[in-house]
Design a protein around this ligand. Structure first.
Ligand code: ZN
Length: 284
C-alpha cells in the first residue's frame, strides 16, 4: 500500500510544481482554473504602490476620521464575507465625479460625488460589495493581464516587488492606475453585481440596496450624462444590469421571499448623518 501511494504523491508534487511554473490557479469565485501570471504578493504590491497616486488623482482622502472609519467599517463587512481573503481597504476620496474603483490587491475607493448622492447604507454596502467582487473574482488583475499583455505585466509586477528606484515606483503606479480606470467587460459587471448582492446579504444587509443603487445611478445618468461618463466607462451600466439584479432577488432561492424592496433601511439615519458630515467637510 505504502509504495502504491508514494508514486501518486510524487506525481502530485510534480504537478503542483508544474502548475506553479505555468501559472495556473483556481479562481476563488468561479472555482475554474485560470492562467495567472503574477503572484498574489505581487498583485498586492502593485496595488499598494498605485494607491497613493490614485488617491491624489481623485481629490485625496476626505479629511474626516469618522467618515473614513464609517466607509471602512461598511466595506469590512463585505471583505469579511468575500470569497477571497485580501488586505482590503476602503477609502473615501474627495472627487465630486461619481465613481468607485478597485485596485488589484484590494484597495477600494469611493468618491464623495457618489456617496453624497446615495440615500442609505445598504446602497453603500452594495457599491463596496460590487468593488470587493471585482477584486475577489480577480477581475482587476485579469484586466491588467489583458490590457498590458503578459510580458509587460510580469515585468511591472517584478518591479513592484523587487528593489526599485523612485522612477520605477512611479511607473508602476501610473500604469496600474490607468488600467484600473479601464472598462470592465459586461460579464465582469454582472458578476460583480451578483457578488455585491451576495456579500451584502451575507453581511446582514437587505440586498435590494443593489437594485436601489443601480436605479439611482441610471436616473442620475439620464439627468446629467456628462458627469457620469467616467463612471460608466469603468463600470458599464445598462438597464439589463438592473433587471438582472432584480430577477436574482426575486427568483434565486437564496434571496427569494426573504427580503422586501419596500422595507426601510434600519441604518438609513446613520448614513444620512455621515452624508451630512461629508457635505460639510467638502464645503470647508
Ligand atoms: Zn464594476
Amino acid at each position: 500500500m505504502r509504495s502504491r501511494n508514494r508514486l501518486p504523491l510524487l506525481l502530485l508534487g510534480a504537478l503542483v510544481g508544474l502548475s506553479a511554473l505555468a501559472g495556473c490557479a483556481t479562481n476563488p469565485v468561479t472555482g475554474k482554473r485560470e492562467l495567472v501570471l503574477i503572484s498574489e504578493a505581487q498583485e498586492i504590491a502593485m496595488g499598494e504602490e498605485a494607491a497613493p497616486e490614485f488617491e491624489k488623482e481623485f481629490g485625496g482622502k476626505v479629511p474626516d476620521a469618522d467618515l473614513q472609519q464609517y466607509v471602512q467599517s461598511v466595506g469590512m463587512r463585505m471583505a469579511e464575507v468575500s470569497d477571497r481573503p485580501m488586505p482590503y481597504t476602503y477609502t473615501l476620496v474627495g472627487s465630486d465625479v461619481p465613481n468607485a474603483f478597485a485596485l488589484p490587491g484590494g484597495s477600494i475607493f469611493i468618491t464623495a460625488g457618489l456617496m453624497s448622492q446615495m440615500t442609505n447604507e445598504r446602497q453603500l454596502a452594495a457599491v463596496l460589495g460590487h468593488e470587493t467582487g471585482h477584486v475577489a473574482a480577480r477581475h482587476s488583475v485579469q484586466q491588467m493581464q489583458k490590457q498590458m499583455g503578459a510580458q509587460l505585466l510580469v515585468e511591472i509586477a517584478s518591479r513592484a516587488t523587487g528593489a526599485e528606484t523612485a522612477g520605477t515606483a512611479a511607473d508602476v503606479a501610473k500604469i496600474v492606475s490607468t488600467v484600473a480606470l479601464m472598462k470592465y467587460s459586461r460579464d465582469d459587471e454582472y458578476q460583480a453585481d451578483e457578488l455585491g448582492v451576495k456579500y451584502a446579504a451575507k453581511a446582514g444587509y437587505n440586498p435590494w440596496g443593489m437594485v436601489e443603487l443601480l436605479t439611482l445611478l441610471d436616473a442620475m445618468q439620464e439627468a446629467e450624462p456628462s458627469r457620469f461618463q467616467e463612471m460608466f466607462q469603468t463600470h458599464p451600466l445598462s438597464s439589463k444590469r438592473i433587471e438582472r439584479a432584480r430577477l436574482m432577488l426575486l427568483q434565486d432561492p437564496a434571496y427569494e421571499g426573504r427580503y422586501s424592496p419596500a422595507a426601510a433601511d434600519p441604518n438609513a439615519q446613520r448614513f444620512e448623518q455621515m452624508r451630512q458630515v461629508l457635505i460639510k467637510t467638502l464645503k470647508k
